[in-house]
Design a protein around this ligand. Structure first.
Ligand SMILES: Nc1ncnc2c1ncn2[C@@H]1O[C@H](COP(=O)(O)OP(=O)(O)OP(=O)(O)O)[C@@H](O)[C@H]1O
Length: 250
């Protein structure tokens, strides 16, 4: 049985810049972990390390008992760790169904199996009506949904969502929140949610890690993050004394 996805003591240096310093983070199966922090805090760099896109300068990444060190992105994906990108990265000239099918085939499925899973996944997500649409013609919001559907092909054990709510209205973000809950509860997938929408992360996560300038400054359940002065300082800079509710940071 595949266990948690774990980053231990991760540091990443880009030339002189330390993007991450001794960061620890665990994503449990069937749970939602939140990763928040101001611009440039190192969130995407950590996702890149967890998915084989960036080799850490120090530290290790493991999936249950298996070390993922030295694995290429497609090898990490085949082990059941999927991700989305801030940009959708869909095949824009292909239909939505084909976008998911290509992913399934890339994971080693037969075409027939991939098509069946793609159809079932779009239906499960409530976007079966998009199957025949050319991906490049979709509104931005649907592009994001399809990108999540693609990440769920092959039933990953963990999925890392990099700013999935960017550009969404409050209603769209609320629909997305319901979907993310279902991914954890119904698919039993571990979710890492990286978001600037702090309210969304507070509302959904079992555990939250807060990064600032490459270091973990706070972690814990939503209530502890909501109450944290350190987190408030990180977001508000020197104006931290102002009585700003966390929701205002969304
Ligand atoms: N390939 C790279 N080469 C050099 N510096 C990089 C590289 N990737 C990221 N950085 C730097 O590392 C730091 C962390 O960047 P990262 O994109 O991980 O932050 P982030 O928290 O995801 O930010 P945002 O919320 O704006 O997406 C930043 O200072 C960034 O400029």
């Amino acid at each position: 049985m595949v266990g948690h996805l774990r980053a231990e003591n991760i540091s990443v240096a880009f030339a002189g810049l330390k993007a991450l310093s001794s960061v620890n983070l665990t994503v449990d199966k069937g749970k939602i972990a939140g990763l928040i922090g101001p611009n440039g805090a190192g969130k995407t760099t950590l996702v890149n390390v967890l998915t084989g896109f960036q080799a850490p300068t120090e530290g290790k990444v493991s999936l249950g008992e298996i070390s993922l060190m030295g694995f290429k992105p497609h090898e990490v994906r085949r082990r059941g760790v999927a991700r989305t990108f801030q940009s959708g990265r869909l095949f824009r000239d292909l239909a939505v169904l084909d976008n998911l099918e290509v992913t399934g085939v890339g994971l080693g499925q037969t075409r027939r199996h991939a098509i069946a899973e793609a159809e079932a996944m779009l239906d499960w997500m409530g976007i079966g009506d998009l199957a025949g649409r050319i991906a490049g013609t979709l509104p931005y919001i649907d592009e994001r949904r399809v990108a999540i559907g693609r990440a769920l092909m092959g039933r990953p054990n963990h999925v890392l969502l990099d700013e999935p709510a960017a550009g969404m209205s409050a209603q769209e973000a609320s629909d997305l929140a319901a979907l993310i809950r279902r991914i954890a509860n119904e698919l039993g997938c571990g979710v890492l949610l990286i978001e600037h929408n702090v309210g969304l992360v507070l509302g959904l996560s079992d555990h939250i890690v807060v990064l600032d300038s490459g270091a973990v400054i706070e972690e814990g359940p939503p209530a502890a993050i909501r109450a944290s002065e350190k987190v408030r300082h990180a977001y508000m800079g020197t104006a931290a004394d102002a009585p700003v509710p966390m929701e205002a940071l969304v």
